[in-house]
Design a protein around this ligand. Sequence first.
Ligand SMILES: [Mg+2]
Length: 403
Amino acid sequence: MSRHLIDRRSLLRGALASGALYSLDALFTCQRTNAAAVGPNDNIKVTKVEAFVLKNSWVFVKISTDAGVTGWGEMLKDDAKACAAGALEVGRYLVGQDPNRVVHHWQAIHRGSFYRGGPIKSAILSGIDQALWDIKGKVYGVPVYKLLGGPTRDRIRVYGTVSSTTGVNAMKVAPSAARTAFKYVEGQKFVDEVTERFKALRQKFGSGVDIAVDFHGAVQPTTAILLIKALEPYQPWFYEEVVQALNVDVMAELAKKTHIPLATGERIFLKWGFKEILEKRAATIVQPDVCYAGGITELRIIAGMAEAYYSPVAPHNPNGPCSLAASLQVAASIPNFLIQERGDTEHPLLAKPLPPVKNGYRELPTEPGLGITIDENKLMAQVGEPQEYRTHYDPDDGSVVDW
Ligand SMILES: [Mg+2]
């Protein structure tokens, strides 16, 4: 045995004893550094899991391998530090594993814990799932949607800011009035204000622009039904989160009272959450978020469940570049895709922009994996304390309200 090997082994033992994963990474990466030479039949291993919390509460996970290939994913904004810490916990399982076994790891991470689901655990799983798919795509040299049987479409419709430059002709608004809805039962004045403003918007844009209304779960059921009926004549594209989704039966009751499609999903987690939504017909349009509904792996399954109910998927996305990139990979690999939320957002954290939006559609990403490269210097410059909880109050009596 050469002295070189003995030294490497003793160094490895030292690294393991100290828990210094960065030392392990250095050992592995020095064996093989030419990432371009890595192919599907090579054996590679995860060497390191890192997490980054940004000042705007975006949370990223980065997974490194001994082949020099890295993968990125994104998690929940609420409880950002808990998500980051959870990803590092999962790293204790993942380091040393083959990153290409994405579905196997999904199962292991989900079923390996006694307490499952919920926003934080699902978010941790989601970020890691995105990062593993990113690595797998890079190892195979193709975008993730190609590994998932796609593309299922030539381009991806997006909504966000209506623009003659990008051609985007779909948008979403809140039920706008002089103030937000914070009473359990709002009166005629509030309902009239919301109706007049939406009517003006419809007249401004005409029938050629799709306009959805997002209640944000901040409206109580008694007020929600008043608004649903008052806005109907102006043909909202869909109503989103008309009430909180914690009581799915209430949403299902409201869905039966209007012909306008209901949409929900940004606070529903994993296939079991969407099972209840679909079975009870609480929403027609499902909006799982790739950063907390279970990642790319789970969104594919949720899309399949929705297809059985003739329901389309409109991935929720208020977050960063991995969120959008992973959502686009899902859009390009499922049959029942409707539209991508904030699909027209350009992200400065990317080393180069995504393919552009033209005529209201984002061109398919062509780069391997998620199809993006994070500018790590720019990302590190944003690392810091996340935002605090945003509690809202009734200005009349100081009681806590939904927002
Ligand atoms: Mg929403």
